[in-house]
Ligand binder design. Structure first.
Ligand code: SF4
Length: 189
């Protein structure tokens, strides 16, 4: 069965239409939980949540799916697509149905140093300046303006498709880790 590629966020974010309801998730696994809870709370048959979500995403956006297993994308279009994905990622977190959990500034600074040295930390601030500014504001909003000594110079992660400047502040529960992350990544620790 085709399955979504974890490194590619579907257009307008991780979501599923269940009857008349649009259900949003901050990540793929969070979306599965949201759909399951929605069905339970509304006394609907739970059914095959993962199959239904996969089918919805892969029918509508087949290029966002892999036919064999979940993989992450390693080849991406530099700033434009990454900017869009970061915007969707940040919106998903902003609209998440549970409070965001943050780590200490000390831990965030350690993570920032790891990202700075990582080949997958990439500048996403290019092209449309108003889009860049809007995405920067959104990203600052989800991390509640947090900053460390090293965080301000970070770009986006082309593996995880998130803004490293904000991601370093979130608890690891916030992430669905792609399956071929570099061994030095702080998400592995
Ligand atoms: S792979 Fe990990 S360490 Fe590298 S940029 Fe992405 S989040 Fe940072």
């Amino acid at each position: 069965m085709a399955k979504p590629i974890l490194g590619m966020i579907p257009p307008s974010g991780w979501h599923y239409i269940d009857g008349d309801a649009r259900l949003n998730g901050s990540t793929y696994s969070n979306l599965l939980s949201v759909v399951e809870s929605y069905r339970a709370e509304n006394h609907l048959p739970i059914g095959d949540v993962e199959g239904d979500v996969n089918s919805y995403i892969c029918t509508n956006w087949p290029t966002f799916c892999h036919g064999v297993d979940m993989v992450s994308v390693t080849s991406v279009n530099p700033s434009g697509e990454l900017l869009n994905d970061i915007q969707v990622w940040a919106k998903n977190l902003q609209n998440a149905n549970k409070p965001l959990m943050y780590v200490t500034d000390e831990l965030a600074e350690e993570r920032a140093k790891t990202c700075r040295a990582c080949e997958f930390n990439t500048n996403w601030r290019g092209g449309c300046s108003s889009c860049v500014n809007a995405t920067d504001r959104l990203s600052a909003s989800i991390r509640q303006g947090r900053e460390t000594k090293s965080s301000a110079v970070l770009g986006g992660c082309i593996k995880m498709r998130h803004d490293n400047r904000s991601a370093i502040f979130f608890d690891k529960e916030t992430f669905d880790r792609a399956n071929n992350m570099p061994t030095n990544c702080w998400l592995n620790i």
